[in-house]
Design a binder for this molecule. Structure first.
Ligand SMILES: [Zn+2]
Length: 325
């Protein structure tokens, strides 16, 4: 699979240079500023770094807004940015291309912060979503190497529990302070302020979801295991851990039956994946659809949102769907 990836990189090189020359929205960061250069693998981690670092640190998000991070492919320039960064914040097992760039770059321990080391990973399906159809992974998108998507059975979506975001914040404060000791106090203060906001968020989820008519949450892909675990909900994902997975007919029938039996009135869709299957389930059962954001990245429609505001919207959507009082 290494060969395959290298070939892919080579094949896209010329297109990439062209793109880089045009200068896209945000990642044209490598020539800006003289502070530490931090690379984050996708939006939630970039957001934490920004909260901790303020404007003094140059943060590059490898996952362009509007793209879905699971199947991220890195441009050669991004691989170079990873390997030259003062600090890379990523999560092993989530984005194979990033793991590969880190491994091949021979980064020192000081240069990388693996979020999988600072939070406790749940097994995929630990919250009750045991039937994931992982066997079919990759069959419908033949250009992907399914070996690259080996999660080792763990669920990568740690950021949807605010308590995990606080743990990640602590780790970023510490590591950024090592990179730029002059600003360590500022990072510490910023980190505490952000964690206070996360605590407020956690409290509003805890209180807002305390009493609901149903605790089942039917989602598009299985992104909400940590959120379900934190707030005593039961995630019923239509697809598996990867947004692109198609459910089997049997899985669809199971979900449709559950929706009817449990009086579920809302099927959740998300911004970065197709709503087609969720809409089918909704049509079959007379349920409505609503958006629950896995916050895997911002889009044009959510460009003015943040992790905190999207989580508040998620809470409001859950309260409405599950009829919480
Ligand atoms: Zn996901």
């Amino acid at each position: 699979m290494k060969n395959k990836s290298s070939a892919l990189l080579g094949a896209t090189l010329s297109g990439v240079l062209l793109l880089a020359a045009c200068g896209s929205s945000d990642p044209g960061s490598s020539d800006a500023g003289s502070g530490p250069r931090v690379v984050a693998s996708f939006y939630p981690f970039a957001y934490v770094v920004e909260q901790v670092a303020g404007t003094s640190v140059d943060v590059e998000n490898l996952t362009t807004p509007g793209t879905e991070p699971h199947d991220l492919e890195l441009k050669p320039r991004q691989v170079a940015d990873v390997q030259d960064a003062d600090l890379v914040v990523y999560e092993t097992g989530f984005q194979a291309a990033v793991d590969q760039a880190v491994d091949q770059g021979d980064l020192s321990d000081d240069q990388r912060l693996d979020v999988a080391d600072v939070v406790t990973l749940l097994q995929a399906g630990e919250d009750g979503a045991e039937e994931e159809g992982h066997d079919h992974e990759g069959e419908d998108h033949a250009h992907e190497d399914e070996e690259g998507h080996d999660h080792g059975g763990t669920d990568p979506h740690v950021w949807l529990d605010p308590a995990n975001m606080a743990r990640i914040t602590d780790a970023v404060v510490e590591r950024l302070g090592d990179v730029d000791p002059d600003q360590a106090d500022t990072f510490e203060q910023n980190g505490e302020a952000f964690k206070a906001e996360l605590t407020t968020l956690d409290t509003s989820f805890r209180e807002g979801l305390a009493t609901c008519e149903t605790r089942d949450v039917v989602t598009s892909h299985a992104a909400f295991g940590y959120l379900a675990e934190a707030y005593d909900l039961v995630q019923v994902p239509i697809a598996g851990i990867e947004p692109g997975n198609e459910p089997t007919a049997a899985q669809l029938a199971d979900i449709t039956r559950l929706v009817r039996e449990d009086g579920i009135t809302t099927i959740f869709t998300e911004e970065l994946a197709s709503p087609a299957v969720a809409e089918t389930v909704a049509r079959e059962t007379g349920a409505t659809t609503a958006t629950l954001s896995p916050i895997e990245g911002l889009t044009d429609d959510t460009a003015d949102q943040t992790y905190l505001t999207l989580m508040q919207q998620n809470l409001a959507a859950l309260q409405k769907a599950n009829r919480c009082s």
